[in-house]
Write a protein that binds this ligand. Structure first.
Ligand code: SF4
Ligand code: SF4
Ligand code: MG
Length: 715
């Protein structure tokens, strides 16, 4: 049993989720970061925590670390505040000596980020020491409020028995027999883990909404959704549920709602940033506005539950444009990705466009962690229990793994067809004929195909033949599947590149989605070959000296690969178009997606704005290369962004990864900037030739790379 002498809880809401004091020994020191005045802290604790604190006679202390961080200009960064409080209370080394060491470390760690950041952190230490308060323990517990169960009572049996234990951090206590014996894991479990992270959530004001659905598109957590539906369910809507008429000539008489999932929203505000609907008389008031979550939690949760129960629009009625894609149920929801993550909106979009027929091979990296990390799984199913099949493979073999999925699907389809041909006469031509001649991979084609397969299964039950039994097991493979190979830049550009290249060369029909954060995000920000010139990253602290590898151009060189470079925050319609074209292309496709990431060093609420600057400054060209155009005698490459309209420096100055390189070595940074401009011009010249814009011009050799500076102390 753990018997800790010091226990700290840095996030108040975790006291409701975990049995925090179970690890404290009698008389332990307990430090809470609390948003309440010291005299009210005990009263706000859940009853179990109060009882445990009294029973163990702990020394209870509180600090409002968020207020301290805010006051010294550190925003929401409370790490230094809590660190100072820990050393002040724990006495693991003498207090004065500890504080001196923290101050030294701050000076060393933040020196590169500038004197202002150093000062703010030193101020945080000083202020923290004056804001620690002892909380006296009364003789008995007073709270009426108890810790809620880890998952609601309505959760499925497995989630209550197994997932809930893991959510509470007690997974080690589960017996082996609790786990599925075949290694599969139930999907759709993230919806039961209510993280309640957001202090504020977006609330919809229908009066100013233009029904663009951009809020739903960019939300990294599928925590704000749009739905179009028949009016009937509204007669039993709970109080506070909002709706309006859906403005559409094609689908008249329907209702429209934007609804937030209050307990799953992370409060990142990306949705509010992109919302174009606003009150003209008060432009600060938009069609969605951030509002404190706690008073609205219950009423909005009820509204979200009701919203989920309203039948979805038939997918066959949806067209592949931004607005329509967001009317499809997302089958990727509530992942544990960072607030404001720029990767997850692409996966959500993927699930909305091809969701229930997706097979995903996911390389190790951020997307495998938030995509399949226990205890919960964000990939989920629709009302009929259909959803993507997902699995993770290694960094070094994920493309091959995805190719294996494709080969497996194709082999099953071949066997299914052979068996069906064998017994076609007994099944009947009316049923076997259309199944053997194949079906279009459209929503309608797939729905018809599935209905035929259901009828086929019924017919097979009455046929006593080995081919009928074989076919019954694999008949679903007569309906087209969509195979996607997904991963980050560390996988695609570096560690898995050889395999990716091999898979693209095969010409097999697989789609590759690279979530490009331009750095190894999951392992702490090491440079990859996708890191751009002049950006600082681990192993390139003074700014990377070589240009970003042009993965798209390498793939284009085969001639048979569909290639697109997209940035959802800059041009969402181009992203949706690229996804649809990639899936329609008969061979391999590669989509490289600009993905804002915390490693870039800015508030991700502005991810879409920064994506646009990346495009407008020429740092992230948007294009689609379609071999079909080549076959028609047209230039195969289509440039989807105009000539740069802002300087690269305008884009770079917003991100700490570039600012840090400038601070470390300003002269070198100026040189890197120049090199970056030359490389951009060289790359644009190549693209313009492929796009038929620049004909017969010599684009010349690429500029040389800057050597990396030698590590300190070495030649
Ligand atoms: Fe989604 Fe962030 Fe908006 Fe919450 S604040 S609904 S997580 S985009
Ligand atoms: Fe309405 Fe704003 Fe959402 Fe567009 S982004 S649908 S205007 S709330
Ligand atoms: Mg990455």
């Amino acid at each position: 049993m753990t018997r800790a002498g010091f226990v700290a809880c840095h996030q108040w809401h975790l006291l409701d989720r975990y049995d925090v004091l179970s690890v404290a020994r009698p008389g332990a020191t307990v430090l809470l970061n609390a948003p309440h005045p010291p005299e009210q802290v005990f009263g706000h604790l859940p009853r179990e925590v109060q009882e445990a604190a009294i029973a163990k006679s702990v020394r209870l202390f509180t600090i409002d670390a968020a207020a301290v961080a805010r006051e010294v200009g550190l925003g929401s960064r409370i790490n230094v505040v809590m660190q100072a409080a820990f050393f002040a209370l724990s006495e693991v080394i003498p207090r004065a000596q500890a504080i001196e060491k923290i101050q030294d470390t701050i000076r060393k760690t933040y020196e590169r980020k500038g004197p202002d950041i150093v000062k703010r952190n030193l101020d945080a230490v000083e202020l923290a020491l004056t804001r620690i308060h002892a909380v006296p323990l009364p003789s008995r517990a007073t709270a009426a409020h108890v810790r809620p169960p880890a998952v609601p009572a309505a959760a499925p049996d497995f989630v209550r028995r197994v997932t809930a234990m893991m959510i509470e951090g007690k997974g080690d206590l589960l017996p082996v027999s609790a786990f599925p014996p075949d290694g599969t894991w139930p999907t759709g479990t993230a919806r039961w883990e209510k993280r309640n992270l957001a202090a504020e959530i977006p609330i919809w004001d229908p009066e100013f909404c233009i029904q663009c659905n951009k809020c739903a598109l960019v939300c990294p957590h599928a925590a704000i959704r749009a739905k179009v539906y028949e009016p009937e369910p509204l007669s039993v809507a709970p109080d506070g549920f909002r709706s309006q008429d859906f403005k559409s000539r094609e689908l008249p008489g329907l209702k429209y709602t934007i609804q937030v999932a209050p307990e799953d929203c992370t409060g990142c505000t990306v949705c509010v940033q992109v919302c174009p609907g606003r009150d003209r008389s008060n432009p600060k008031h938009k069609a969605i506005n951030m509002v404190p979550q706690p008073p609205l939690r219950e009423v909005e949760s009820r509204s979200f539950e009701f919203f989920l129960g309203i039948p979805e629009l038939d997918r066959a009625q949806l067209t592949p444009d931004v607005k329509s894609t967001q009317l499809a149920q997302p089958l990727f929801e509530f992942s544990g990705a960072c607030a404001g993550c720029g990767e997850t909106p692409y996966l959500k979009l993927l699930s909305q466009m091809f969701g229930d027929r997706l097979l995903i091979a996911n390389a190790t990296g951020c997307s495998s962690i938030y995509g399949g990390n226990l205890p919960t799984t964000p990939w989920t199913t629709d009302r009929d229990g259909r959803g993507p099949a997902w699995s993770n493979s290694l960094f070094e073999d994920n493309a091959e793994f995805g190719l294996g999925l494709r080969a497996g699907v194709d082999a099953h389809e071949r066997h299914a067809r052979a068996a069906l041909r064998e017994i076609a006469a007994r099944v009947g031509d009316e049923l076997a004929g259309p199944l053997l001649s194949g079906m279009p991979a459209t929503e309608e084609g797939i729905r018809e195909g599935r209905e035929r397969v259901a009828r086929l299964r019924a017919a097979l039950a009455g046929i006593d033949a080995p081919a009928a039994r074989r076919l019954a097991a694999i008949a679903d493979y007569l309906v087209p599947k969509s195979v996607w190979i997904v991963g980050g830049d560390g996988w695609a550009y570096d560690i898995g590149f050889g395999g990716l290249d091999h898979v693209l060369a095969t010409g097999r029909k697989v789609n590759v989605l690279v979530l490009d954060t331009e750095v190894y995000s999951n392992t702490g920000g090491q440079q990859s070959k996708a890191t751009p010139l002049a950006a600082s990253a681990k192993f390139a602290a003074a700014g990377k000296g070589s240009p970003k590898k042009d993965l798209g151009l390498i793939a284009m060189s085969y001639g048979h690969v569909y290639v697109a470079r997209v940035a959802m925050g800059a041009k969402d319609a181009q992203t949706v178009r690229a996804f649809a074209e990639a899936e329609a292309h008969p061979g391999p496709s590669l989509i490289i997606a600009y993905s804002p990431c915390i490693a870039h060093g800015y508030d991700l609420a502005f991810g879409p704005r920064q994506s646009k600057l990346a495009v407008d400054s020429g740092q992230w060209p948007l294009y689609r290369y379609d071999p079909a155009r080549d076959a028609r005698g047209e230039p195969p490459l289509q440039l989807d962004a105009g000539k740069p309209t802002v300087s690269p420096l305008t884009y770079m100055r917003n991100e700490a990864r570039f600012r840090m390189a400038e601070i470390v070595d300003p002269a070198r940074f100026r040189g890197l900037l120049q090199a970056a401009a030359q490389h951009t011009a060289h790359r644009v010249a190549i693209y313009e030739q492929l796009a038929g814009i620049r004909v017969g011009t010599d684009v010349g050799p690429p500029p040389p790379a800057e050597p990396e500076p030698a590590p300190a102390g070495k030649e």
